[in-house]
Write a protein that binds this ligand. Structure first.
Ligand code: SF4
Ligand code: SF4
Length: 335
């Protein structure tokens, strides 16, 4: 495993970290097994969030006795001082630790970022927690390039997390600026939310960019962990064959694919929007037509129920033409 410094934080971390979203699907004991495996393999960066339901709690349990071997990063959607102070305390309790190495402002919009920075905003709580040693460093996560760009100008921002993968390289220039400014760049969604099936190829791509400080694929199984470690430990240059496969992935996925972040919810008529696109992906990409149709059949509200109000599109950070995409899915599934 390759190690590097997380920008100006000075934290020494493995270039592959552990994305803590999928452990919501397993349990505390399974998380403990994964944490011990990480320690054994020298993967020392862990990402979680207040918003990932039980993730912090499972990690707190799983890291008991080995916490000092890890750099822990979490994040909160709180925008005010009081709410952020309360969240920091909850994270400390959940993670069973007296300090969190990196605490991030979780995906603020431009307006919310103003609130965070303003009087009585969340930044005041973060700075107080940093001064008292409850947190080590302050970072920010974003889905929009506008917020990313703004964050680069803020002197309190020590790390930035943003999606970057074979099909999403809209942040490439900004990622380069992070490196120039000594801001640690944390790559989220290296597999484009599961849309890229070849995990090894996906990780080879992001690790081949020296401006990516750390990438955090989500994992819930030992086998996935081993595969990801193998991919990220391979420091040989990308081969021509790999580059051709990456072009093929780009051709297949284009830019109109859903990353399943669910920020578009709630739909006015109750369509589970990312679920529709997930089933469509199974139908079109996995060659499992019968299975995909059977699963789509079970969705309580089908794509054809869309009334075209457009509210979901205003909330999608990727600006997907959801109405048009649902129309296509409805045609493919026939309802
Ligand atoms: S446009 Fe369709 S999918 Fe989007 S919120 Fe309205 S009804 Fe739901
Ligand atoms: S449609 Fe957009 S907001 Fe909704 S889950 Fe997909 S990427 Fe996220």
């Amino acid at each position: 495993m390759e190690y590097t410094y997380l920008g100006k934080t000075g934290l020494r971390i493995s270039r592959m970290g552990f994305g803590g979203i999928p452990i919501q699907k397993i349990d505390a004991e399974g998380t403990r097994t994964l944490m011990h495996k990480l320690a054994e393999e020298g993967v020392n960066y862990i990402d979680t969030a207040r918003g990932y339901t039980v993730s912090e709690e499972y990690l707190g349990y799983g890291l008991e006795g080995i916490r000092d071997q890890f750099v822990i990063a979490t994040k909160s959607m709180s925008r005010t001082k009081d709410a952020m102070a309360a969240d920091i305390q909850i994270s400390l309790n959940n993670l069973r630790t007296d300090h969190i190495d990196l605490y991030q402002v979780h995906n603020p919009s431009m307006d919310q970022l103003e609130q965070v920075i303003g009087k009585g905003g969340a930044l005041e709580a973060l700075e107080e927690a940093k001064a008292s040693g409850k947190i080590g460093h302050i970072g920010l996560t974003a889905h929009s390039t506008a917020v990313f760009e703004k964050a680069l100008e803020l002197d309190w921002v020590e790390t930035i997390m943003f999606p970057y993968n074979i099909v999403e390289n809209q942040g490439e220039e900004l990622i380069r600026k992070c490196a120039e400014k000594g801001i640690g760049f944390i790559d989220m969604k290296p597999l484009a939310g599961g849309a890229i099936e070849d995990g090894r190829l996906a990780l080879r791509y992001v690790c081949s960019n020296p401006d990516v400080t750390v990438t955090i694929p989500g994992m819930a199984e030992i086998a996935e962990l081993e595969e990801n470690i193998a991919a990220c430990s391979d420091q040989t240059p990308l081969t021509l064959e790999e580059k051709e496969k990456m072009d093929e992935v780009r051709r297949q996925l284009g830019t109109n694919f859903c990353r399943r972040c669910n920020y578009c919810a709630p739909c006015s008529v109750g369509i589970g929007i990312p679920n529709v696109f997930l089933m469509e992906g199974y139908l079109l990409r996995y060659n499992l037509e019968e299975w995909a149709r059977a699963r789509y059949e079970k969705l309580p509200v089908k794509a054809s129920a869309c009334i075209g109000c457009g509210k979901c599109e205003t909330r999608c950070p990727y600006h997907l033409p959801i109405r048009q995409m649902l129309k296509k899915a409805a045609q493919e599934f026939g309802e």
